[in-house]
Design a protein around this ligand. Structure first.
Ligand code: NCD
Ligand code: ZN
Length: 349
């Protein structure tokens, strides 16, 4: 059988992305808008998005920053805090401002200081969300200092995630940017209202790569990449055809200075070549026929939305990923910077 050289699939969506705000927003968001129809916008700004009014304003800033030639819809999320008002969430969801709520355990990652300190504090919120069918997006890591960083996701499943799914059996949950075999198994064994997103970087490298020949700060993100056995489980899940797994890049840009520091920030800026990166993985796994489901169908299906109307074309061709990008005057190193990828985004039809 000859290898496929062209691929036309329904336009994809990104179910987890950080586009940031003033200063870099216009530079960052257009990398997403040129390929993706919609994206779930993360609310971890400083201060975080915790009201419908703030989400409406942020959405307006995003739309103003998107190039007029793109047809892109940002889907807004509400950042859960210990004191968040469930009425605000319900009104925001019913009014079409919020698509979902984001749960950051306090201290788990970038700008999560205002996150939830104890899941018991948001019982009323979770009950409301379950009742109105609003998805909960979970950063699934415990934050206890005595839990090894590589174990934080697995421990979160045992201590928190299993409790949420037991106490709120009808709640729609996306276990975000999963990094372990335990998370893959948990999602597979759970009911249909539990799904997961998988990033390109967690499909491409394991934890050893972060230390290959020296420390590589641009591969540092949270949750941190795990052992090879986990990467292989993620690749199997993403390419399995299961509707429980879908695309979420977790593209999270930070300036070179913020990454290359004595205490560097977590986040991989993959939006510029995310689609190409996923295509290479699916090709390597002989699963290009499963890419459309993962990238364009399973996500809308979970969120109760129609798939996009347009199609995107990919072709087998070498592309050189720039080593550095200048985003509105801020230098950022993209994922795969300085490497070659062998699938190219050829446009929308
Ligand atoms: C994200 C960021 O920089 O906002 N960083 C990351 O490593 N993924 C936050 C997050 O999603 O954890
Ligand atoms: Zn994220």
């Amino acid at each position: 059988m000859t290898a496929k050289n062209n691929l036309t699939i329904i336009q994809l969506d990104d179910w987890h992305v950080h586009v940031r705000d003033a200063g870099v927003l216009a530079g960052v968001v257009n990398f997403t808008a040129r390929q993706f129809g919609r994206a779930i916008i993360m609310p971890n700004l400083a201060p975080p998005i915790t009201s419908a009014a703030a989400a409406r304003d942020y959405r307006a800033r995003i739309l103003a920053a998107v190039d007029a030639k793109y047809d892109f819809t940002p889907l807004m999320t509400c950042y859960l805090t210990d004191n968040i008002d469930q009425g605000e969430i319900e009104t925001g969801f019913m009014g079409g401002v919020f698509t979902a709520c984001k749960l950051y355990p306090a201290g788990a990652t970038t700008n999560s200081d205002h996150g939830v300190t104890d899941i018991g504090k948001i019982t009323n919120v979770l009950e409301t969300m379950q009742r109105i069918g609003m998805p909960l997006l979970v950063h699934g890591e415990v934050t206890d200092g005595d839990i090894d960083i590589f174990d934080r996701e697995a421990v979160f499943i045992d201590r928190i995630m299993s409790k949420i799914t037991r106490d709120f059996p009808g709640l729609k949950i996306v276990f975000e940017h999963i990094t372990t075999k335990q998370a893959v198994d948990f999602v597979k064994e759970s009911s249909a209202n539990i799904a997961a997103t998988i990033t390109p970087h967690h499909l491409v490298y394991n934890r050893s790569a972060i230390f290959e020949g020296g420390i590589r700060p641009h591969l540092y993100c949270l949750p941190i990449a795990k052992r090879e056995v986990h990467r292989l489980a993620l690749r199997a899940a993403a390419t399995s055809g299961s509707a429980k797994f879908f695309l979420g890049t977790d593209s999270a840009p930070h300036s070179i200075d913020a990454k290359q520091s004595a205490c560097g920030c977590a986040g991989v800026f993959n939006a510029p070549f995310a689609l190409e990166s996923y295509a290479c993985v699916f090709d390597q796994e002989n699963a290009l026929d499963k890419l459309e489901g993962f990238a364009s169908l399973h996500g809308p299906d979970f969120y109760g939305l129609e798939p996009n109307k347009r199609k995107i074309v990919l072709e087998r061709a070498d592309i050189d990923v720039p080593k550095t990008l200048d985003i509105m005057g801020t230098k950022i190193i993209p994922f795969h910077g300085g490497e070659k990828l062998n699938w190219r985004f050829a446009g929308l039809v």
